[in-house]
Design a protein. Sequence first.
Length: 178
Amino acid sequence: MSESIRENLTALNALVPAIYAELRKVAAYHLRRERPNHTLQPTDLVNEVFLVLKKQHSLDLDDRRYVVSLASVMMRRILYNYAKARNRYKRGNGRNIPLDEAQSVTLAGFDHTLIDIIALEAALVELANNDPDQVRIVELHFYGGLTFEETAAVMGISLRTVNRKWKFARAWLYNKLK
């Protein structure tokens, strides 16, 4: 193992206990938007993220908001992969078996309408082809729970730009997922 990777692991191991409560809060925030009987718990999600973070070779561990926002994005991807695997399992890996419960989340600004998490992920991938910044804002604000001010700071853009891109992304997603 190279010296820089070892230093990064040491720094990550020192940082995680300091932000663990914050990561659990973000994980709980994500899981509140999932189906009610989800088998993952906030602790499980934080542990999964920690395992993924340990594999990263270049992280800016000095910026706490950056690490938390990165962890939030990773949580979104973990939950998406979990939902995809679960749907594949429930469908019998290709056999036609109806689902008895939806894999869904509630999307802010959508009148508490349940949104299929897999359809949301597909829509976000499509939106990223047009404007990756809009997807990043959705990830940081919707999934990460960051305020618009914090999102602007993490992305290094103005608050006005964040608000404008958020409004467009939310409207685009609403139309796409209706």
